[in-house]
Design a protein around this ligand. Structure first.
Ligand code: GLN
Length: 468
């Protein structure tokens, strides 16, 4: 069943790989040597399901996507007051490697530009045992990713050998009295953190952990406190995409962070995390295809954080088979005997809340894990207030997919939620009229009441497997 989600992602990915503009970062040979055509996309849901496309398992260095994680660690270790005394939360509107601080306070404007990231790194350093300080940082990143991460030694050595500008920034911070540790220790930790190796799948899981308030949905481990996650997501929203931040928030509407390796991480709070990897960069240093993919995902799947639909949780309110709710339709003795033996093969799912991509994805997962338990499934929308265009497509797609496996999918829609206007859905399927065809063919399977749907499901049971 979740393969429907997989198909959406495959389609979206196809529209992104056309973009071949931009330049691969080449300030160190290791980054310049990558295959520029690579494209990996991963989506991790807040309940733990995971989807990947293309080069989602190809490793690359995390680069600036490390900045929000080190900031989170600094806040956890030092507390808000100590961190805020040295580091602001205002967007700078400047390039990532600008040598800039606030003229009055001398604090770097925010932790997403290099100056701020180096201050955050200085706050997690352990001057008595630098190796232990870095081990703690790597443990934190690994907990976010849900697996043990390692450093790319060659990238680290190159960053260190060529990092004149980052050293200049660090010594400026030292001259202003912002650093409490040896500047070399701080900048060295920063070079190491940029060189941690990840995949697009790791980025998606890290993002989903932020989306779930600091709880890694793959491992179940509490990685970071919710109030810290809230701060980190706030700063990512205003500063994560560098000087393109305003346009990003308007068009994509997801807290995000990019890195010069071509990494983009984006978070839909409460719902999901996205990881993209594609090395060619635009003039801001953001991955061209990474930005394109996030724009497409946001508009096609309705992911803008300010879509006012409520949250994506608790969609299946209850589930039971129809022995509890047999239809009133009169049956003769033989049919009634068959139904008595088989009513447990029809399951009803009472749904609640707004239907969105995220909530429908969890419904599909539920049907998939229950798939041995039913021959017909009835989705009861009695408590659903709204269904966006994509979720309707998924509902009708569910029907077609069950039909392919010889089963039946029925929808109960007493308040006619599905026939209300819901705006356009823009994927190719719609342009080609495929979704509309699915809607047409599904129309006969939408019932105004549960008892009518139950009666139709009983007819289906009586027809027996051979006739289906
Ligand atoms: N290592 C890079 C630097 O500090 C990371 C920058 C980035 O990803 N934007 O210059």
């Amino acid at each position: 069943m979740p393969s429907m989600v997989q198909r959406y992602l495959d389609q979206i990915a196809l529209t992104c790989v056309d973009a071949d503009e931009g330049q691969v970062a080449d300030y160190i040979p290791e980054l310049g040597a990558v295959n520029p055509d690579q494209f990996g996309l991963a989506l991790a849901m807040h309940r733990g399901s995971l989807y990947t496309v293309g080069d989602a398992h190809v490793p690359f260095t995390i680069q600036s996507v490390s900045k929000p994680l080190t900031y989170a660690l600094a806040l956890s270790l030092r507390g808000f007051d100590a961190v805020d005394a040295k580091l602001g939360v205002e967007p700078s509107g400047e390039a990532f490697n600008e040598i800039s601080v606030d003229p009055a306070t001398h604090r770097p404007k925010n932790p997403m530009i290099n100056a701020g990231a180096i201050v955050a790194a200085s706050l997690v350093c352990d001057p008595n045992d630098p190796a232990a300080g870095f081990a703690r940082l790597l443990d934190c990143y690994s907990a976010f990713a849900g697996r043990s991460l390692v450093v790319d030694e060659a990238v680290y050595q190159s960053e260190k050998a060529t990092g004149a500008r980052n050293r200049a920034i660090t010594y400026m911070l030292e001259s202003l009295g912002i650093l409490d540790v040896d500047p070399e220790l701080a900048v060295d930790l920063y070079f190491r953190q940029c060189s941690v190796r990840v995949t697009a799948e790791d980025l998606a899981v890290i993002a989903a952990t932020l989306a779930a308030g600091g709880n890694n949905p793959r491992t179940g481990r509490e990685v970071c406190a919710p109030h810290i996650v809230r701060r980190v997501l706030s700063v990512m929203t205003t500063c994560g995409m560098y000087d393109g931040a305003g346009d990003w928030v308007s068009a994509v509407g997801l807290p995000a962070k990019s890195g010069v390796s071509g990494a983009v991480l984006a978070v839909l709070p409460g719902q999901l995390g996205i990881g993209v990897f594609s090395p060619r960069l635009d003039e801001h240093g953001n991955s061209v295809r990474g930005v394109t993919a996030c724009r497409r995902l946001s508009s096609d799947l309705g992911l803008h954080m300010f879509n006012v639909v409520g949250e994506g949780r608790a969609t299946v309110r209850s589930s039971y088979d129809i022995r509890e709710v047999p239809s009133e339709t009169p049956r003769d003795g033989r049919d009634e005997a068959i139904l008595r033996a088989r009513r447990d093969r029809v399951r009803v799912y009472d749904l609640q809340g707004p239907l969105t991509f995220t909530s429908m994805e969890s419904v599909l997962q539920r049907l998939d894990s229950d798939s041995q338990r039913f021959d017909a499934a009835i989705l009861n929308l009695g408590r659903v207030e709204t269904a966006d265009a994509l979720s309707r497509g998924m509902l009708f797609g569910m029907h077609a997919q069950l039909e392919n496996s010889g089963r039946l999918g029925l929808v109960v829609d007493p308040d006619r939620v599905l026939s209300r206007e819901a705006g356009a859905w823009t994927l190719d399927a719609v342009r080609q009229g495929k979704l509309m065809a699915a809607v047409e063919s599904a129309r006969t399977h939408v019932y105004p009441s549960l008892s009518e749907a139950v009666s139709a499901a009983e007819d289906f049971l009586l027809a027996g497997p051979r006739l289906r």
